[in-house]
Design a protein around this ligand. Structure first.
Ligand code: ATP
Ligand code: MG
Length: 345
């Protein structure tokens, strides 16, 4: 079976974008793939995290995975820092990827903001750690939101450059697989109507955990009142909804709300417009709020139950880490041999 890897950062409140763009897809892929789902805590500390809050957030993301329906027995769920292969391979990739490649990463520019001199080195090198996350398992499929596309391209470039730079060594050791070389080319899987859920306050910005405005996002743990209120206050234009997809062009906020509705109900946006075309937002927004509450409340309820027993969550992560290590360790050992890093048997 093809292997899937994906991660979510424990950086704060999980939101509808993470849920529809990533977690719902993670759940689906369990049917057809061997899946490794990671709480990427080493990525989280590229910006300051309060230690006690970080511990809590790692458990929250894990609880969200389990509550949404990820099966930690049939697949693997763990937190990144417990498997040292990620950090080790990331260092090797720091020496493969080029400065010019990283300079083009738009997420760094956005997250570093104006005070770039004061951003951590980790925030800059983050894409190399992400390449390592995926390639430490030689994963071939990576379900992510649209915002991660550029990082995935960098992972593909890094895999290709490693294969090329070390082609002779890979051949001498007999470690090539097919035509690719040692590492496969990981493919992003960006599908569905909610690959980029936008902020409720600004249709040009993605919904994000790190947005200071809580009204910009619907959190997985928001109660029914909060969800209804945030949707009611969501920015829109004064026109009614169009009946055809074309009519959403140039209307980012309307497009976003229709996309969210479509993803929640599991139908294409055209179907939603067939039902709500001509309706005012005063009609559409309450329908959307009801649907969101209906879909999110059971997940939030299960998360609360799971979080009542942190020891259980920690045990799930520990077992997952052990199984992840068993896959990554031999791959990392091969990488060291390929590069010429001596290791005693
Ligand atoms: P941060 O602001 O800390 O980067 P985030 O909201 O971007 O947080 P991540 O943990 O970086 O969340 O991303 C986890 C997954 O969720 C990734 O696959 C990412 O592509 C996806 N994702 C994040 N935001 C959105 C969004 N607005 N719409 C769809 N998918 C998203
Ligand atoms: Mg992000």
């Amino acid at each position: 079976q093809p292997r899937v890897f994906s991660g979510v950062q424990p950086t704060g409140n999980l939101h509808l974008g993470n849920y529809l763009g990533a977690i719902v897809r993670f759940v689906e892929m369990q049917k057809t793939h061997d899946c490794i789902y990671c709480v990427v805590d080493l990525h989280a500390i590229t910006v300051w995290q309060d230690p006690a809050a970080l511990r809590t957030q790692i458990r929250e993301v894990t609880a969200a995975f389990l509550a949404a329906g990820i099966d930690p027995e049939a697949h693997i769920v763990f937190n990144q820092s417990q498997v040292s292969a990620h950090a080790e391979l990331a260092w090797i990739f720091n020496c493969v990827a080029r400065l010019g490649w990283l300079n083009r990463m738009t997420q760094f520019k956005e997250k570093a903001g104006k005070d770039r001199e004061n951003a951590s080195v980790g925030l800059y090198a983050y894409p190399n750690l992400m390449s390592a996350d995926i390639l430490a398992y030689r994963a071939t499929h990576v379900p992510v939101g649209e915002d991660q596309k550029q990082h995935l391209e960098l992972a593909r470039d890094t895999a290709a450059k490693f294969n090329h730079d070390f082609a002779d060594s890979i051949a001498a050791l007999g470690l090539g697989v097919g035509d690719d070389g040692f590492f496969p080319q990981p493919e992003p899987l960006i599908q569905g109507p909610a690959t980029r859920v936008m902020s409720l306050r600004d249709g040009s910005k993605k919904m994000s955990k790190s947005d200071p405005s809580d009204n910009s996002r619907i959190n997985l743990t928001d109660d029914a009142d909060a969800i209804a209120q945030k949707i009611r206050r969501a920015k829109t234009d004064p026109e009614p909804l169009p009946s055809e997809l074309d009519g959403l062009k140039g209307r980012p906020e309307a497009d976003n709300l229709v996309g969210i509705y479509a993803a929640l109900i599991g139908k294409p946006k055209a179907d939603v417009l067939a039902e709500f075309g001509g309706a005012q937002f005063s009609v559409f927004k309450p329908a959307l709020a009801d649907l969101a509450v209906d879909r999110l409340a059971p997940v939030a309820g299960k998360m609360r139950e799971l979080l009542a027993d942190p020891a259980h969550i920690d045990a799930v992560l520990g077992r997952g880490a052990e199984r992840a290590r068993a896959i990554a360790a031999p791959i990392l050992a091969d990488v060291k041999d390929i590069v010429g890093l001596l290791r005693s048997a």
